[in-house]
Design a protein around this ligand. Structure first.
Ligand code: FES
Length: 129
């Protein structure tokens, strides 16, 4: 358990993939947690093969939130890199909680899932060229 807590602290203090992408195909807009007003936004660059969306080649996030929120954003964006769109579309709340490796109260779960909701929103908005 303490290994996971250390990992969460590390991703909170040194978040991976933080920052807007200059080149992106998908953008979430600002997605907020209704319980606290914290916000996360996600940019995705997806490769397109034979006119079909293929893999995530780059991903970035920005926003403000608690340690669980920022660590989840860092961990999920790392997880999503290079994945095919079908796999990313099938992510569930367990995808995020498995990455965090700790059990969460319902309020903390909302914090953890903010980045998943932002990534889903980005993919649902279609391609921006
Ligand atoms: Fe706002 Fe966690 S308290 S996202």
């Amino acid at each position: 358990m303490s290994m996971y807590r250390e990992q969460i602290l590390d991703h909170y203090k040194n978040p991976r993939n933080r920052g807007r992408l200059d080149d992106f195909t998908h953008y979430s807009g600002k997605v907020s947690n209704p319980l606290c007003g914290d916000e996360v936004e996600v940019w995705v660059q997806m490769s397109i093969v034979n006119c079909q969306l293929s893999n995530i080649v780059a991903i970035g996030f920005d926003g403000h939130g608690c340690a669980i929120c920022i660590a989840s954003a860092s961990l999920l964006t790392e997880w999503a890199k290079e994945k095919e769109i079908q796999e990313v579309e099938q992510m569930t709340s367990e995808t995020v909680t498995d990455l965090l490796g700790i059990s969460l109260t319902p309020v903390r779960l909302k914090c953890a899932l903010l980045v998943r909701d932002a990534l889903r929103e980005a993919l649902s908005r279609g391609v921006i060229m």
